[in-house]
Ligand binder design. Structure first.
Ligand code: NAD
Length: 467
């Protein structure tokens, strides 16, 4: 009889990287276990990240639609945000999908082991369960998919007036005012959400522009849109002091060349995330750490034989759920002796679910310039797209960078309606090394937002139809 503590693969962590890996491993015929310290499956993305945030952002969208009801010929009567119901809906979505992973584990015979795992020698993990004595698992292969946690500013602790992505999802009431430090995806999404819920939001970003990883034109456009929605934005801001009090928080900062100060009910710290590797005892292994992140090769192998790492914990990889899942596919294919194809991160999409949405894949214009590439730019505004008119969402544009010589698409940058969905055409295209000319020859259904992609490709050659 098989030893119940012996597996072909043990995955540590059940986030989108971990649970995908476990299921794929089982599909390949391996015996698989997942060790998870949280009482629920799903990791940061499902429990306190992507899913609950996007659920609440959808409430903001519905609220926006109600605000514009008249324009659509609908008499909405009185309406307001029912915060407890919005929270309950969000929690239900999270619960449903966490149960969904449990179901998938049962279906695929993946064993869920509750507890905290730590490295205890080659092919071995020690697991400390919530109750009872620690025990050892033997694994031919191990994948660390332990994720990341919010980085705080020195001297600050989460709780009370100081929020991270976790606490902000469980506020008892919509705050009257909210300061947000950091205007990456987390900061901008919560700014976009709470301003629409009626909170006075102030966004403080250290760099000269918000969403600084995006193309400069996109940053400018989203800044304009958020300001129109009454978000106060300070870029090039240095936070000098954060002083939480029992009922408010005071922030001293320097921006626009002068010392300033603000008070808010809460502050959200959204300045990036650090890897979760403490307590894994990796120092005792051959695994190489880089400021807490795990170093891997293109197959997600660490320097310790049979040990892989995927997701936010990996050095130099994007901290994105979809990257984690796909890294898992590479790692599991490799360890199972199946054909494994390393990922090309240049084709990894970035999506920010603010209003209007932002999405991109490939090189920004600055990155193309810095690489000395010769390129052409095509740009098409949603103002010329009939489906955008039908939706009443004309803000934004698609910008497409194509190689000057052969038209190969180098990057696509979008801001506007549903662009977090539209980006998949550009992503698949880039994965297949598509050229602007090939997009121009592709029949795009009418009337759709996708047609803006076709028009952006046309625009590379000055042949736009709808502008
Ligand atoms: P981030 O690194 O993307 O952005 C942090 C921002 O904070 C940066 O713009 C940085 O310049 C700024 N900053 C850093 N220190 C600061 C300081 N002291 N004062 C003011 N500004 C400061 O981090 P994030 O937004 O916390 O997100 C973490 C990770 O999670 C990212 O990789 C992000 O892409 C990912 N994420 C993705 C999504 C999505 O895909 N929609 C949503 C949320 C988070």
């Amino acid at each position: 009889m098989a030893d119940k503590n012996k597996f072909d693969l043990v995955v540590v962590g059940s986030g989108p990287g971990g649970y995908w890996s476990a299921i794929r491993g089982a599909e390949y015929g391996l015996s698989v276990a997942v060790v998870e310290k949280d009482p629920r499956l799903g990791g940061t993305c499902l429990l306190v990240g992507c899913i609950p945030t996007k659920a609440l952002l959808h409430n903001a969208e519905v609220l926006d639609t109600f605000r514009r009801a008249q324009e659509f010929g609908i008499k909405a009567g009185e309406f307001s945000l029912d915060w407890p119901q919005a929270q309950a809906r969000k929690d239900k979505i999270v619960g449903k999908h966490s149960k969904g992973i449990e179901y998938l584990f049962r279906k695929n015979k993946v064993e869920w082991i509750k507890g905290r795992a730590r490295w205890s020698g080659p092919g071995r993990l020690e697991v400390t369960p919530p109750q009872g004595a620690a025990f050892t698992l033997e694994a031919k292969n191990i994948i660390f998919a332990t994720g990341s946690e919010a980085r705080l500013l020195p001297g600050l602790k989460a709780g009370g007036r100081v929020l991270t992505n976790i606490e902000i999802l469980a506020l008892a009431q919509v705050p009257k005012s909210l300061a947000i430090i950091g205007a990456g995806a987390v900061g901008v999404e919560f700014a976009s959400m709470y301003t629409r819920f009626g909170t006075q939001v102030t966004l403080l970003e250290m760099l000269p522009r918000i969403l600084p990883i995006e193309d400069e034109e996109i940053s400018r456009e989203i800044e304009k849109a958020l300001k129109k929605q009454k978000v106060a934005i300070h870029t090039g801001a240095r936070v000098d002091k954060v002083e939480p009090a029992p009922d408010k928080v005071k922030i001293d900062f320097t921006a626009e060349g002068k010392a300033q100060s603000l008070e808010a009910e809460y502050v959200l710290v959204a300045v990036g995330r650090r890897p979760v590797t403490e307590g894994l005892n990796l120092e005792a292994s051959k695994v190489q750490l880089d400021r807490g992140f795990i170093r891997t090769d293109a197959y997600m192998r660490t320097a310790e034989p049979g040990v892989y790492a995927i997701g936010d914990v990996v050095a130099g990889a994007p901290q994105l759920a979809h990257a984690a899942s796909m890294e898992g596919m590479v790692a599991v294919a490799h360890l199972a002796g199946r054909p494994a194809q390393p990922l090309d991160y240049r084709n990894c999409p970035n999506c920010t679910y603010c209003e209007p949405q932002v999405a991109s894949v490939g090189l920004t214009e600055k990155a193309a310039r810095d690489r000395g590439l010769r390129y052409k730019v095509g740009k098409f505004s949603f103002a010329g797209n009939s489906k955008a008119t039908i939706l009443g969402q004309h803000e934004g544009f698609i910008k497409l960078l194509a190689d000057e010589k052969d038209g190969t698409v180098l990057g696509v940058h979008m801001i506007g309606p549903l662009v977090t969905e539209l980006i998949s055409e550009a992503t698949l295209g880039m994965q297949l090394q598509v050229s602007a000319d090939e997009i121009m020859q592709t029949i795009h259904a009418h009337p759709t937002l996708y047609e803006a992609m076709l028009d952006a490709a046309n625009s590379v050659y000055g042949l736009t139809i709808n502008m």
